[in-house]
Structure formats: structure tokens, C-alpha cells
Design a protein around this ligand. Structure first.
Ligand SMILES: Cc1ncc(COP(=O)(O)O)c(C=O)c1O
Length: 399
């Protein structure tokens, strides 16, 4: 509703730089169709549909009964929670983190990332973001006043693209934002890849921000590396770890910023001016999640793995061009040749109208995402199968 009010856009310059959320077009259409009685299957928005661990639900209920948890909490997050995430990093990635100077609890990593951009950027700064990208990675720096320089990571020449854009940007970029396993492309990388990025940032003197939201959603024996497994990464890097995906606590709004103490204290400063910490019952429940349900993310990943297999087998049958992902909750597929001229928004609308399946148009993740769609594995097995049958039927009806 508000997006249509030109008045708002004209009066508030910061908003002028923000395009309407491309996914919103599909969402609106999806809602209209649902109102008209169509049972649209939503593989559009990446909203996890796996429940949070039982222990977490029980604990949050109990904690909310206690009036001392109704007060403002602490901006940096409860000490025990910071200690628990440090233990998880030690256990899973062999990484040492000091809970006092290298860990902050954030109100979801989306907010944490946004606050970090506000803390470290200002007008005239430049940030490098490989495309396609999670939209906030492109627009949070812009909201903070910075310019965003992109390059496509779809052509298989990541480091050439990175080097070129850094060398040709003036003033020198202040930060690089990466995220693996990646949303939307589902690309996964090995430690060597992260090492190359860290070495590049160290030699160029550029901050490195790694959004590790899909750390736990990995399949087929693949283990996603943390940036801090790379020697000296802490000198320049911060990593965001989310409780939303592996622990399926998306609505709880809790995650972590970890790593370089200078970036951590910059984020702390902006946090202390803008909030009072995550609701305490949620932090207590997150402590329980990490202590008592540390293996829950493996079960979550298995659920997504099965869904991935269903989608991948159907898409193969109908000849779509995609790579079977080893991580994330997404399948990133090329629009079939026959429909390529439609572009990703029109093709997504076409799938919505004719197959009653919502997907995300690739262009929602930056210009280089044009020509692709993203399918999020966020419906149950039966509905995912139904979605795939619908798409298969539609494709077959066009030969
Ligand atoms: C790459 C990426 N980062 C961050 C988020 C948001 O995570 P959180 O719920 O921790 O804010 C998402 C959610 O879709 C995401 O895809």
C-alpha cells in the first residue's frame, strides 16, 4: 500500500534509492489468487516452515511467565548465550571466540547486518557485493549512504570479478560482503575459496563480512566452512550466524555477530543507540537450543535434503538447467530456453497463474539474476510434490 504513495518517495530521499521489493509483485499476486480460492503453493519467499525444537518452545513459555524477563535485556546479549555460541563454534569449526570482545547477540542477522552497515558506512563509501545477492546485502549499504559495486558470480570467474571491481573502484571499497551457502544461488564453497577471499581482503586492507545464515543447512556430507577457520581472518572479518535456519527459530529473531573486535564494538555502539537487546525469554530459549538441541540443525537439514531431492528429480525430468545444491534452502534454476524471452518476473507470474506455484524471480537478487528463478524448499513434501507435478504438466502442455 505505502509503496504506491509517490509523496513518500519524493519527501524521503533515502527511500528513493530503494526499489519496490521485486518479490512483493509476486507476493501480491499470490495473495490475490488465494483470495480467489486458488491453493497457491509458495516456493517464493524463503520463510522456513520447520517447527523450532520442542525444548525451545517449552523454555520460552516458561521464561515469559517470569516478570524479570519482561524488562529490557542487555544490548550485547546474555553472557551465557554468548558463551554457548562460542562453544558451538569451537565444537563445529574448531574456532576460538572470546564471548566478551568477539561475540554479540543480534535481533536476527538481518537486523544485525543492517546495523553494522549503519555503523561503519557513510556517504561516499563503497562496498562490493557479488551478485546475485540477498537483497539486503545490496540495499543496507545504500541505506547507510554508501555506493554498492557488484560483479556477477554466475560466470565462474569469481576472483577475476572481485579483483577487477576492487581495482577499478575509487575510493577504495571499505568492505566486501559474501555469503556461502548462498542465497539465492545455493552455491557452496570450500575453505580454500574463503582463504583466497580473506587473503585478498588482508592484502587490500578491506573489511570482510560473511553472512553465514545457512551454515547448518548442508547435505551429502558437505560441511560449510566458517570464515574463522582461515588463519588471520579475525583481523578483518565479521561473520553472522543465525538461529533462524538450522534451529528453525526464524520468528524468534535471534542470531549472532562474531569476530573482529573493532567491527563488533562498532556494531555494539549502534545497537546501544537503537535497541535494548533481544527479548530475554528468546535469549534464554536460544541458550537451551544450543545446549540441549545442538543436533537439531542436522534434522532440519535432512528435511530440506529430502525436499531438494524431490524438486531436483522433477526438474531433471523436465530438462531444467540447475545445479543440485549441497546447501541452503533453495534451488536456483535457469528459465527454460522456450520461455527465456519472458524474463524472470513474467516467467514467475506465468508459473503462478498457470501452475499455481509461487517462485522468486532471479532479478529480485540483482540484474545478474535475470534469466533465473529461485525455488525455496519451504512447503511440506506433499505440497512440494504437487508443485512439481503442476510445473511438469504446464511445461509439457507447451511441448
Ligand atoms: C542470506 C540471508 N541472510 C540473513 C537472512 C535473515 O536471517 P535472520 O532471520 O537471522 O535475520 C536470510 C533470510 O532469508 C538470508 O537468506
Amino acid at each position: 500500500m505505502f509503496e504506491n504513495e509517490f509523496f513518500v518517495f519524493d519527501s524521503f530521499p533515502r527511500l528513493k534509492r530503494l526499489p519496490p521489493y521485486a518479490l512483493a509483485v509476486i507476493n501480491q499476486k499470490k495473495q490475490e489468487m488465494r483470495k480467489r480460492g486458488f491453493d497457491v503453493i509458495d516456493l517464493g519467499m524463503g520463510n522456513p516452515n520447520v517447527p523450532a525444537p520442542e525444548e525451545v518452545v517449552r523454555k520460552v513459555k516458561e521464561a515469559v511467565e517470569d516478570p524479570k524477563n519482561h524488562r529490557y535485556s542487555v544490548v550485547q546479549g546474555l553472557k551465557k548465550l554468548r558463551e554457548e555460541i562460542a562453544k558451538r563454534y569451537k565444537l563445529l569449526w574448531g574456532v576460538e571466540l572470546d564471548p566478551e570482545s568477539e561475540v554479540l547477540v543480534v535481533n536476527g542477522t538481518k537486523m544485525g547486518f543492517f546495523q553494522l552497515m549503519l555503523a561503519i558506512l557513510s556517504n561516499g563509501d563503497a562496498v562490493v557485493v557479488p551478485e546475485p545477492a540477498y537483497p539486503l546485502h545490496l540495499y543496507a549499504p545504500m541505506i547507510a549512504g554508501a555506493d554498492v559495486r557488484t560483479f556477477s558470480m554466475l560466470n565462474g570467474h569469481f576472483f577475476e570479478g572481485l579483483e577487477k571491481v576492487v581495482k577499478t573502484t575509487y575510493p577504495r571499497p571499505k568492505a566486501i560482503v559474501i555469503s556461502f551457502p548462498n542465497n539465492p544461488t545455493s552455491r557452496c564453497v570450500e575453505l580454500d575459496f574463503l582463504k583466497k577471499v580473506v587473503d585478498f581482503c588482508l592484502s587490500e586492507g578491506i573489511w570482510l563480512i560473511h553472512d553465514f545464515a545457512y551454515a547448518d543447512i548442508v547435505f551429502d556430507g558437505y560441511k560449510a566452512p566458517s570464515i574463522f577457520e582461515v588463519k588471520d581472518a579475525k583481523k578483518i572479518a565479521i561473520e553472522f550466524y543465525s538461529m533462524s535456519k538450522g534451529f528453525s527459530m526464524a520468528g524468534f529473531r535471534v542470531g549472532f555477530a562474531l569476530g573482529n573486535p573493532t567491527l563488533i564494538s562498532a556494531l555494539y555502539k549502534i545497537k546501544s543507540w537503537t535497541e535494548y537487546g533481544v527479548f530475554q525469554p528468546v535469549q534464554i530459549a536460544a541458550i537451551v537450543a544450543l545446549r540441549e538441541a545442538g543436533d537439531y540443525p542436522k534434522k532440519t537439514a535432512e528435511i530440506y535434503r529430502k525436499r531438494r531431492d524431490v524438486v531436483a528429480s522433477y526438474l531433471k525430468k523436465i530438462g531444467w538447467d540447475f545445479e543440485t545444491p549441497r546447501g541452503s534452502m533453495f534451488i536456483w534454476a535457469k528459465i527454460p530456453e522456450k520461455f527465456a524471452s519472458m524474463g524472470s518476473v513474467k516467467f514467475s507470474e506465468f508459473l503462478l497463474e498457470k501452475a499455481e506455484v509461487a517462485v522468486a524471480p532471479g532479478v529480485a537478487f540483482g540484474q545478474s539474476g535475470e534469466g533465473y528463478v529461485r525455488l525455496a524448499l519451504v512447503e511440506n513434501d506433499q505440497r512440494i510434490k504437487q508443485a512439481m507435478r503442476n510445473i511438469k504438466r504446464l511445461m509439457e502442455s507447451y511441448g
